[in-house]
Design a protein around this ligand. Structure first.
Ligand code: UGA
Length: 434
């Protein structure tokens, strides 16, 4: 099949490369000339394990190409995917659909013959109807169907999430379009991945409901962690104790500094707004958003408390800045709230992150960036772990203790064991553990 992907951000690039790897002929289109030029040279603009090799391999096999010119790509396509960004609109938290609607206009003017237009971007309920109306208005004669096919991939694990998903969701009312979608995902069918066909609006809502639920699950365990601290219980054991119940499930029960990233914060806000607009407010999501926002400030206070209530003039080493490991993405990372809150109290911050420092340099002020973890902790009054990169899990603790001015460790991701840290002579504070 011939597939065109509009937008080479996270979702577009990963989906494009994976569809090419399934054997389809994929053209990825983006307006950003610099980005396309880099991709044509085999350079990947984001950090995602395995993506570089996958892209280069499929380019070499002639199944994947990149262009800034959508005309031929859209004219010849069996399916055109809209995978452009849907950022939070400034002021009201609604998803900004400008890029989605622009893509729809463009597709309408260029498409030729029966075309399936697929929204892969996360779009609010009813966006598919609007896309359909835009295309119909411009090309009343055109043969096409608009389908919703939300993406559930996680940054850092995107390729395996795409190729071995728990499920594929397709919202399509047109049987011919369903057939095209079945063909596109045929390799997954062969692996017996459940493919759920729904009405289009239902599919659009599934995406928000999934992210809302996961954000709520994380927020739940974070609040349980606070309670654990108050009553002297251990949140990791509570998580295991409840997670082994299949109805609850073990995943997404790691307590930490609050969820961040390009999806949960934006999608929970958008879900909240949609629900309010339709006079069906979801109070659980509203509370989740409020608790998660407050949590980041709370984490700064936790660090200040661990340093005796005053950080003025103290140097705090921060290990890990990205919103989670295996990405260079800093969007809505807890570090973006925690670091300035510490600076406001007079602390000097020195930081190290394996992949996120380039991004972080634009987003954080007055931070000294270190060349590695030991360099970062040298003569610091405390070290704070904000992101659980693998390389932070096995640090030489004796070396770290020697380098620190005072052996204070605040571990916001529960990377280390309290008993081990106490035995090494650290003053150790973690999340939800005695
Ligand atoms: C999330 C979803 O997991 C994907 O299924 C979805 O496709 C994606 O959003 C999207 O909508 O595009 P992602 O944002 O890449 O993926 O990252 P996650 O692994 O879900 O982590 C999100 C945040 O939650 C991170 O800040 C992470 O540290 C935090 N988290 C996650 C926890 O604090 N505890 C957990 O147990 C799990």
């Amino acid at each position: 099949m011939r597939v065109t992907m509009i937008g080479t951000g996270y979702v577009g690039l990963v989906s494009g490369a994976c569809f090419a790897d399934f054997g389809h002929t994929v053209t990825c289109v983006d307006k950003d000339e610099g980005k396309i030029a880099r991709l044509q040279k085999g350079e990947i603009p984001i950090f995602e394990p395995g993506l570089g090799a996958l892209v280069r391999d499929n380019v070499e096999q002639g199944r994947l190409s990149f262009t800034t010119d959508p005309s031929a790509a859209i004219r010849d396509a069996d399916a055109v995917f809209i995978a452009v960004g849907t950022p939070s609109r400034r002021g009201d938290g609604h998803a900004d659909l400008t890029y989605v609607y622009n893509a729809a206009e463009e597709i309408a003017s260029l498409m030729n013959g029966y075309t399936v237009v697929v929204t892969k971007s996360t779009v609010p309920v009813g966006t598919g109807d609007e896309v359909e109306a835009i295309i119909k208005k411009k090309r009343p004669d055109a043969e096409f169907a608009v389908v919703s096919n939300p993406e559930f991939l996680r940054e850092g694990a995107a390729i395996s999430d795409f190729k071995r998903p728990d499920r594929v969701v397709v919202g399509a009312d047109d049987e011919r379009a369903r057939e095209v979608m079945r063909d596109l995902y045929r390799p997954l069918f062969l692996n017996e991945t459940p493919i759920i066909f729904t009405e289009r609006r239902t599919s659009e809502l599934i995406k928000y409901a999934a992210n809302g639920f996961l954000a709520m699950k994380i927020t739940f365990i974070n609040e349980i962690a606070d309670l654990c601290e108050a009553v002297g219980a251990n949140v990791q054991e509570v998580a295991r104790g409840i997670g082994l119940d299949n109805r609850i499930g073990k995943k997404f029960l790691n307590a930490g500094p609050g969820y961040g990233g390009s999806c949960f914060p934006k999608d929970t806000l958008a879900l909240m707004k949609t629900a309010r607009d339709h006079k069906a407010p979801i109070e659980l999501i509203e509370t989740t958003v409020r608790v998660n926002t407050a949590r980041k400030q709370k984490m700064a206070q936790k660090i200040i408390d661990a340093l005796g209530g005053n950080v003025s003039g103290k140097t705090i080493a921060v290990l890990g800045l990205t919103f989670k490991p295996n990405t260079d993405d800093m969007r809505d990372a807890p570090a973006l709230d925690i670091v300035p809150a510490l600076q406001d109290e007079g602390a000097k911050v020195r930081a190290f992150d394996p992949e996120g420092m380039e991004e972080a340099k634009h987003m954080l002020k007055d931070v000294a960036f270190a060349s590695g973890p030991y360099d970062c902790v040298q003569d610091a009054d405390a070290v704070v772990f904000i992101t659980e990169w693998d390389q932070f899990r096995a640090l030489d603790l004796d070396r770290m203790k020697k380098a620190l001015k005072t052996p204070v460790v605040i571990d916001l991701r529960n990377i280390y064991r309290p008993t081990e840290m106490a035995a090494k002579g650290f003053r150790y504070v973690s999340v939800g553990r005695p």
